[in-house]
Design a protein around this ligand. Structure first.
Ligand code: PEP
Ligand code: MG
Length: 292
C-alpha cells in the first residue's frame, strides 16, 4: 500500500503521455496542512467539514476563521469544502437521530442539513464570507434527487442576501455536489450543480448493497466493479459534455490500479488522502492511455 513517508516528486502530476492530472488532497481540518506532503497538492479537493464539529459546535465566526486559514494556506489554489456530512455511521449530538433501523439509508448528509436550517445557514454564511479570500468551492453530500441540490443552493442565496443586508462582505462560492448515491450518478444530467465530485466509497457501498465498513462483506466491496466504473464513466462523460469539472475523492483514487481505470475513463482530477498522494502521483506518472 506504499508508505506515507515516500518522497513526492516536485511539479505537477503528468501521465507518461504528457496529460496533466490535477491532484488534490482530502483533509479533516487545518492541522492536516502542517504535514510536509501537503505542499505538493494542487489544492484541497475535500474538506470533510464534519470533523470541525467533532469537539463542540463552532459558531459562524469560528468557522470563518477556520475556512480563512485553509484558504490562506492554499494561496490561490482551489479549496473544496463539503458541508456537514453526519448521520449514518457519523453521529453528531443533538443533530443525528439514534436508533434508526438502517442508518446508512436514514436521515444523514444533506437530508439532515436541510432539516437543521439554522445549523446549515450558519455554515453557508461562514463559507460565503470566507469565499472573499480565495478560490472556494462548496459541495453538498449524499445528494439523491435534484430538489435537494436546488434547496441547498437556494439556502446559499438566502445566506448571501442576509449578509448583503447586514453589510457583511461575502461572495458566492461555486456550488457542486458529491455523486455518491446511485440515483444521482444514473440521472446526473438532471442536476444543476456547477461541478461534481464522485464519492466512490459510498457509491460502491450503495451500488453493491455492501456496507463499506463491514469486514464480513469486504470481498464484495470493490470500487473497480464494472457497475461502479460504468457509473463513474458516465458522470465523467457528462461533465466533459457540459463543461463541468468532475473529480473523484473516494479511496479508488488511492489505488494504483484504480487510478489507471479512472484515467482511462477520462478523469483528469482526483483528490486523495495525504498518505496516498505520492502513490497516486506515481501511478499517474506511469500511465499511458489504453494501458489498463
Ligand atoms: C465517499 O463517499 O467516497 C467520500 C469521499 O466521502 P466519505 O468517505 O467522507 O463518505
Ligand atoms: Mg461519502
Amino acid at each position: 500500500a506504499g508508505t506515507p513517508d515516500e518522497p513526492i516528486a516536485p511539479g505537477p502530476a503528468t501521465t507518461a503521455d504528457g496529460e496533466r492530472v490535477v491532484t488534490l488532497i482530502n483533509i479533516m481540518g487545518p492541522s492536516d496542512l502542517e504535514r510536509p506532503e501537503a505542499a505538493h497538492a494542487d489544492g484541497i479537493g475535500l474538506l470533510r467539514s464534519e470533523f470541525l464539529f467533532a469537539e463542540g459546535r463552532p459558531d459562524e465566526e469560528a468557522q470563518v476563521r477556520i475556512y480563512r486559514d485553509i484558504l490562506a494556506w492554499a494561496a490561490g489554489r482551489p479549496v473544496t469544502v463539503r458541508t456537514l456530512d453526519v448521520g449514518g455511521d457519523k453521529p453528531l449530538e443533538g443533530v443525528t437521530i439514534e436508533g434508526e433501523a438502517n442508518p446508512f439509508l436514514g436521515l444523514r448528509g444533506i437530508r439532515l442539513s436541510l432539516k437543521h436550517r439554522d445549523l446549515f445557514l450558519t455554515q453557508l454564511r461562514a463559507l460565503a464570507r470566507a469565499a472573499v479570500d480565495g478560490d472556494l468551492e462548496v459541495m453538498f453530500p449524499m445528494i439523491a434527487v435534484p430538489a435537494e441540490y436546488d434547496a441547498a443552493a437556494a439556502l446559499m442565496d438566502e445566506a448571501l442576501a442576509a449578509l448583503a443586508r447586514e453589510g457583511i462582505p461575502a461572495r458566492r462560492p461555486r456550488l457542486g455536489m458529491m455523486v455518491e448515491v446511485p440515483s444521482a450518478a444514473i440521472a446526473i444530467d438532471l442536476f444543476a450543480a456547477e461541478f461534481f465530485s464522485i464519492g466512490s466509497n459510498d457509491l460502491t457501498q450503495f451500488v453493491l448493497a455492501c456496507d463499506r465498513a463491514n469486514g464480513a462483506v469486504n470481498d464484495l466491496f470493490d470500487a473497480t466493479n464494472p457497475a461502479v466504473v460504468r457509473l463513474i464513466s458516465q458522470v465523467v462523460a457528462h461533465g466533459r459534455a457540459t463543461g463541468r469539472k468532475v473529480s473523484l475523492c473516494g479511496e479508488l483514487a488511492s489505488d494504483p490500479h484504480g487510478v489507471r481505470i479512472l484515467l482511462d475513463a477520462g478523469l483528469d482530477r482526483v483528490s486523495v488522502s495525504l498518505a496516498a498522494l505520492g502513490r497516486t502521483r506515481r501511478a499517474i506518472a506511469g500511465y499511458r492511455r489504453g494501458d489498463v
